[in-house]
Design a protein around this ligand. Structure first.
Ligand code: FE2
Length: 446
């Protein structure tokens, strides 16, 4: 018998330290407002209340690798000169890490940064050495910017979406004074659709063609992105509206309300890369691939994209074999979080070729976390689904919390580890395959 030793700790962020010291939130968080920081002088407090540049570092959403170091990430600051960074930086197969962020002053601008691969860094700052700004692009709305959570990266391109879920400048600039949380600064504008931007990964230059979707939608996670015959395929988790963001509010959880008005599903966009739009015919589908039902039609100076919705509602937290990230792939895995539909208590495997799902389902009332794919060791050249899925199966107080190890090929359990202590609600997970250092461990290998 082998032992598995669980450990858990709070991220020792400024936000956490100050909140526990003063028993109130000092920084503006997504769901909670900021309070006056007693440790700061009058003028410092005045400036920070007028200019929301002093953002939270409460990185609770994800754990990422950058050059041999582990970092916690969320829509917060991330040592790259941006005000808000996204939760899902993308690690390329060459070890480069791409991030998406936004700056507030002067005006809202999206920024894409690239952190080059480097020998294992000795500390956090070194991990970001050599970071370059690939893109700085103004928001399409001068008085707002689009909420973003993730973006797509292929071998040659990066794809950004501007959702009609807007953080409004007038609210952001006064949120501290008015006592607003970040969620109070967000407005859903379904009268707009989704603007899609494609840029070259090599130099950050934008593809000049304007792309817009035929319907509005909300998007959380990118499953994968890849190129096929001059078209970028972008697989996403989308829904008709943003109600899923409310599912994690404490009042709803405490009431046991596990219902979303808008359920999430796997969706594919097909984006033909057109440097010179005039060469493309109008009013015909520009997507030549038979691997998708998504269409792209040029009308005047814009290409309109229609969505290819895969079967089954409720899919969230997509994961893939990292070896196929940015490349054509077949399988993705998803769990449903608090969903009560087909993904209730389940981990699903989607065959994107046959468009069919295969499920492993836990007992009623259990909640699997994001499944993390771990490839079979030494499995070079093995099947894409040769490996295991790791998921924390929460028992919600009625059953022990467990770590499930599922065979990703057969979607059957291989092992189950029961924890005697409680495991907090988990969102994303990361597999650390080798010894790695973190500053929280004093630089000691774990
Ligand atoms: Fe996420």
């Amino acid at each position: 018998m082998r032992k598995l030793l669980p450990k858990k700790r709070f991220v020792q962020s400024d936000a956490y330290k100050k909140a526990t010291k003063y028993n109130k939130t000092i920084y503006t968080e997504f769901g909670t407002r900021a309070h006056t920081d007693p440790s700061r002088g009058f003028f410092s407090r005045l400036v920070s209340s007028i200019l929301p540049t002093d953002m939270t570092d409460n990185n609770f959403n994800n754990v990422i690798h950058v050059n041999g170091q582990l970092f916690a990430a969320c829509e917060t600051t991330l040592s790259l000169g941006v005000n808000l960074c996204c939760s899902h930086p993308v690690t390329d197969r060459d070890g480069s890490v791409y991030t998406l962020g936004v700056t507030f002053i002067p005006g809202f601008r999206y920024q894409v940064n690239r952190i080059p691969p480097a020998p294992a860094a000795a500390n956090g700052k070194q991990a970001f050495a050599g970071a370059q700004r690939l893109l700085s692009m103004p928001s399409s709305w001068t008085t707002a910017y689009s909420y973003y959570h993730s973006f797509g990266v292929t071998d040659s391109y990066i794809v950004l979406l501007e959702l009609p879920l807007l953080l409004v400048l007038s609210k952001v600039m006064t949120m501290v004074v008015k006592g607003l949380a970040l969620k109070d600064c967000i407005e859903w504008h379904p009268e707009h659709r989704v603007k899609v931007h494609v840029l070259h990964k090599a130099d950050g230059k934008l593809v000049k063609t304007k792309y817009i979707t035929d319907v509005p939608f909300f998007q959380t996670h990118v499953c994968n992105a890849f190129e096929e015959d001059g078209t970028v395929m972008l697989d996403l988790i989308t829904s008709e509206g943003p109600s899923v963001m409310e599912a994690y509010f404490l009042d709803k959880l405490r009431e046991g309300k596990l219902y979303n008005e808008h359920t999430m599903r796997v969706t594919r966009l097909a984006i033909p890369v057109l440097e010179d739009l005039k060469t493309a015919p109008e009013n015909v589908n520009l997507v030549g691939s038979d691997s998708t039902r998504a269409q792209a039609v040029r009308r005047g100076d814009t290409v309109t994209l229609s969505l290819d919705l895969f079967p089954e509602e409720g899919a969230e937290y997509p994961t893939i074999n990292p070896a196929v990230r940015g490349r054509p792939y077949r399988y993705l895995y998803a769990t449903g979080g608090f969903e009560q539909g087909p993904f209730r208590s389940a981990v699903g495997k989607l065959d994107t070729h046959s468009r069919t799902w295969q499920f492993w389902r836990g007992e009623e009332g259990t909640f699997p976390s994001e499944a993390t794919f771990v490839a079979r060791p030494g499995g070079g050249g093995a099947a894409e689904d040769a490996g295991v899925l790791l998921t924390a199966l929460l028992g919600a107080g009625r059953r022990p919390d467990r770590l499930m190890v599922l065979d990703a090929g057969q979607m059957e359990p291989l092992a189950c580890v029961e924890f005697q202590s409680r495991v907090p609600v988990m969102v994303h997970g990361t597999w650390v395959p080798t010894e790695i250092t973190s500053e929280a461990d004093g630089g000691e290998g774990k």
